[in-house]
Design a protein around this ligand. Structure first.
Ligand SMILES: [Zn+2]
Length: 573
């Protein structure tokens, strides 16, 4: 199928580009087995996400396969293998399965609704032993075997998923590096070119000017008859870099997915070339140096920067000349070409003419200076009145003027336009609060709308401490209201013979649900918690009830220890 879509592109005029693209892709594919694996699903593969797509603090490590807005579609083992990991979590991949294959690759299936009956029985035993819905187990090789093409699970929407889909990965079993699943011969229809939305030119060196500005400039561009884009001429001096906003779209859905590769040349010389064949989990957070984070913090849109910004330790580059920075000399002209490709070989090209010309600055960018200039490679401590903040060395990628607002119970630590690579510590002094008050207090971060959300709060002596990677406003908040618990699909004293499950709604208004436990006739039962739906679900298949009259007890606590107990009685033959 990939070959079919490539043939289509031969009709385009960029013959040389296509030959190069074909060669690069063929080279990438050569490394991966083409016939070893089948598709994890029997439906046409329509993607809601591609490999390497720009997400919050990480590159997407798999593909997201749309499941027709439904849960419960069968998921198949892509090859013979052995289950090496089963993880069930409220967040992340929800219910997830990892299968190691003899050829050295591990397939990963996430957001599952449930597993096949054998795997379901295996994991339920663990859950009942540990009395916990959230579990993670690593079965020995050969303990839980699967066969190519046999159902291993059913598609769902568990964990950090905002609609039914399968998150699917193929990793190297040895290095655990995720690889692009579309390099293994999976059939995804794609004859649609990547879409380029915005182009920016950045002045990078000291004194560099782009279009009379020392800040990045957005450049207009328009479609040419040959299918490429031509940008307005840029006048610049000094070192410049290119940034863009773009995405890729496959044929059968409108989803805005990530591009596969980015290529930048100036007068024929390659400055930047990177693709999403593979990356490592250890480097994924450096995504915050690939995207223009200040732009993201301001406009919530992620731009690719085609140059290496401060602190960037990514290994995704095939070529990086002069860190992707193009030195523009007065009197010279440059043809800068930006090419985006998808994995099927469709490409979008933009030509950006640049003329080296020294022009006067129209307006100098105002540097927001504050009293505190933070040097990134040092440890930094600040006293904010009611709280102290400590940034270990190299929390940040570069030095900057940090903006701090002191306060008693509320302090502001800069803003969300600067990324932190590692955790820093905020410590509140709670001396003035009574023991009783302290029990109900916690540290909260205020979101963009000013609403507080609980962050892990370590209480010791007269201090509350949290560790976080997010700059912003933090406050002490008080939660005195216990969680709520409500039966959703049954009533007191009802006969529930035809029910296959019990559904209960739990919620907490401020600090959030911390623990939940349920007992049926005195014995612990498994309740599956879905935080995004506020529901606990008990499956009647789990336990044979030996009594007609059943007593249910559900206890929920919030993050400061407020507790609610719910009791109900129902009947079942
Ligand atoms: Zn995903």
């Amino acid at each position: 199928m990939i070959f079919f879509t490539l043939q289509k592109t031969y009709f385009k005029p960029f013959l040389l580009g296509i030959v190069i693209c074909f060669a690069t892709l063929a080279k990438a594919q050569e490394k991966y087995p083409q016939d070893a694996f089948r598709s994890p699903m029997d439906i046409p593969l329509i993607l809601a996400g591609t490999f390497g797509e720009l997400r919050s603090n990480h590159f997407h490590s798999g593909i997201d396969i749309k499941t027709q807005q439904r849960e419960g579609l069968p998921i198949y083992a892509i090859g013979d293998g052995s289950v090496t990991r089963i993880k069930i979590s409220h967040w992340g991949y929800g219910k997830a399965l990892y299968v190691a294959h003899p050829n050295g690759y591990t397939s990963v299936y996430g957001h599952l609704q449930k597993f096949s009956p054998e795997i379901e029985a295996y994991i339920k035993k663990v859950q009942y032993e540990k009395k916990s819905y959230q579990v993670e187990v690593f079965p020995d090789l050969g303990e839980v075997k699967v066969e190519k093409g046999k159902v291993i699970a059913y598609g769902g929407n568990t964990g950090g998923s905002s609609g039914p889909h399968l998150h699917f990965e193929i990793r190297s079993s040895i290095t655990e590096k995720p690889t692009n699943p579309l390099l293994y011969g999976l059939d995804v229809r794609d004859a649609t070119n990547p879409i380029l939305e915005k182009i920016f030119v950045y002045p990078l060196s000291k004194g560099a000017i782009v279009n009379q500005s020392d800040e990045k400039s957005e450049i207009n561009f328009s479609l040419q008859t040959d299918g490429s884009f031509l940008a307005d001429k840029v006048y610049a001096t000094g070192s410049i870099g290119i940034g863009f906003k773009g995405f890729d779209r496959q044929d059968l859905a409108a989803n805005r997915n990530g591009v596969y590769s980015v290529h930048l040349t100036a007068n024929g010389k390659t400055y930047t070339d990177y693709d999403f064949e593979t990356f490592s989990f250890g480097e994924t957070r450096y995504i915050n140096t690939l995207v223009d984070y200040e732009h993201y913090g301001t406009y919530r849109e992620r731009l690719h920067q085609c140059f290496k910004a401060a602190g960037n330790k990514l290994n995704i580059y095939n070529t990086l000349y002069n860190e992707g920075r193009i030195a523009i000399e007065e009197g010279m002209t440059y043809s800068v070409v930006l090419t985006l490709k998808d994995i099927a070989g469709n490409e979008t090209k933009a030509i950006i003419p640049v003329e080296g010309k020294r022009e006067a600055l129209k307006k100098q960018a105002a540097i927001e200076k504050t009293d505190d200039y933070l040097v990134a490679k040092r440890n930094n401590n600040y006293n904010l009145g009611g709280a102290k903040v400590y940034f270990p060395a190299n929390t940040f990628y570069e030095d900057f003027y940090i903006d701090l607002e002191k306060g008693t119970d509320t302090v502001r630590i800069h803003n969300s336009k600067v990324p932190a690579h590692r955790n820093f510590t905020i410590t509140f002094d709670v001396t003035k609060y009574s023991k009783e008050d302290r029990k109900k207090l916690f540290i909260a971060r205020l979101n963009r709308k000013g609403a507080p959300s609980h962050v892990s709060t370590f209480k010791r002596g007269n201090t509350f401490t949290t560790r976080t990677r997010y700059l912003g406003t933090y406050t002490l908040a008080k939660d005195t209201i216990p969680p709520t618990i409500r039966a959703k699909n049954f009533k007191e004293n009802e006969w529930l013979d035809n029910y296959s499950y019990l559904s209960i709604e739990i919620a907490d208004d401020l600090s959030g649900v911390k623990t939940y436990n349920a007992k049926l006739n005195g014995a612990w039962i498994l309740m599956e918690y879905e935080p995004k739906k506020n529901t606990l679900t008990y499956n009647f298949d789990d336990k044979i009830l030996n009594k007609k009259e059943c007593d249910l007890e559900v206890v929920v606590t919030d993050n400061v220890g407020n507790k609610t107990t719910f009791k109900s009685t129902f009947n079942r033959k």
